[in-house]
Design a protein. Structure first.
Length: 127
């Protein structure tokens, strides 16, 4: 019968103790670190994209919006449409719109959201 796998304390390769420790370097811009110059590349755009993604995904507003969109997509779409329509309406008209939406059933709200999104899309392109 096979013996269970035993963890070896020094099982990982330590690249810093090899003859050429510069090969373990992560400095992609220092051309003296590698004998193979063809493999060198500018990774700044990749790093910038990675940082942008990390920044976005750790933003509380983004996290809340994504969670809301996953939990209740219709509520998310309705709130987004209302938020975009609000600056185009007077306070009374916006209040009347909110009251009317609150009295609608699920299907009517969906129809309203679709029409509001179409309206906003037309106005965004100046039609």
């Amino acid at each position: 019968m096979d013996e269970p796998f035993k963890d070896q304390p020094n099982q990982f390769i330590d690249l810093t103790k090899q003859d050429k420790p510069q090969l373990a370097s992560l400095d992609y811009n220092d051309m003296t670190n590698s004998s193979d110059l063809d493999c060198q590349q500018d990774r700044s755009s990749e790093i910038r994209d990675m940082l942008s993604t990390i920044t976005k995904r750790t933003n509380q507003n983004y996290v809340t919006a994504v969670s809301k969109a996953k939990t209740d997509p219709l509520l998310f779409r309705k709130d987004r449409a209302l938020r975009q329509l609000r600056p185009t309406m007077s306070a009374d008209r916006f209040t009347d719109t909110l009251k009317a939406i609150s009295k609608m059933d699920h299907t009517q709200v969906l129809d309203w959201v679709i029409e509001a999104e179409r309206h906003l899309e037309r106005n965004k392109h100046g039609h």
